[in-house]
Design a protein around this ligand. Structure first.
Ligand code: MG
Length: 205
């Protein structure tokens, strides 16, 4: 499996990092080793001094495909959750400055925490309803997102991604983070919600 991530998909977040609004999805990937689920501990990486959380809606791919038309896209995912795209912001800033790839900042071991999934029933119109999601750090609300505000919606992302990368059963798509990203340190507890339901809890060790 692979983890496909979208950057700069919420205008408020694009602005908070001083980036430009993209005219097509910004895509990057994380390897399988990045994934943590359930009670796997998250250890603060040694190579960064500025670890950020980015709370995002995550889609679960259920069908293999390439060149998926947008109208067919809902057939290709059957579950959603929230995840944290852990980012070594200092490393990322350095990579951006030097025009280098972001992998060291974004794709390191355990950098993709994913909560429990909610199944999406076929033809349920999931793609037409907004997903409200949030992240609390030590109980304080830091990010409050609504998938309605994505620059590129779920189906548009599936179509665009599949022009470049075949989708395979079990792949995950991190669909971008809203404003409010910030630093976390050892001892912080990060809790992610869909609506009022807690889907993921990570303690930074
Ligand atoms: Mg992100």
């Amino acid at each position: 499996m692979k983890i496909i991530c979208i950057g700069r998909n919420y205008a408020d977040h694009v602005k908070e990092l001083g980036n430009e609004i993209p005219d097509e999805p910004v895509i990057f990937m994380k390897p399988k080793n990045a994934l943590i689920q359930g009670h796997t501990p998250f250890y603060y990486p040694e190579f960064t001094n500025d670890l950020h959380f980015e709370c995002e809606v995550v889609l679960r791919i259920c069908k293999n495909g390439k060149y998926v038309p947008e109208r067919q896209a809902p057939n290709y995912y059957n579950g959603y959750s929230v995840g944290i795209d852990f980012t070594a912001r200092d490393i990322q800033d350095e990579c951006k400055r030097k025009g280098l790839p972001w992998e060291k900042a974004k794709a390191f071991d355990n950098s993709a925490a994913v909560g429990k999934f909610i199944d999406i029933a076929p033809n349920s119109g999931f793609n037409k309803k907004p997903v409200k999601f949030s992240l609390k750090k030590n109980g304080e609300l830091m990010q409050d997102g609504n998938s309605d505000e994505m620059l590129f919606g779920f189906d548009s992302l599936i179509a665009n991604i599949s022009n470049y990368f075949s989708l395979n059963i079990g792949d995950l798509i991190f669909t971008g983070t809203p404003a409010g990203v910030g630093e976390c340190v050892v001892g912080d507890e990060l809790d992610c919600y869909i609506g009022a339901e807690k889907m993921l809890s990570v303690v930074v060790k």
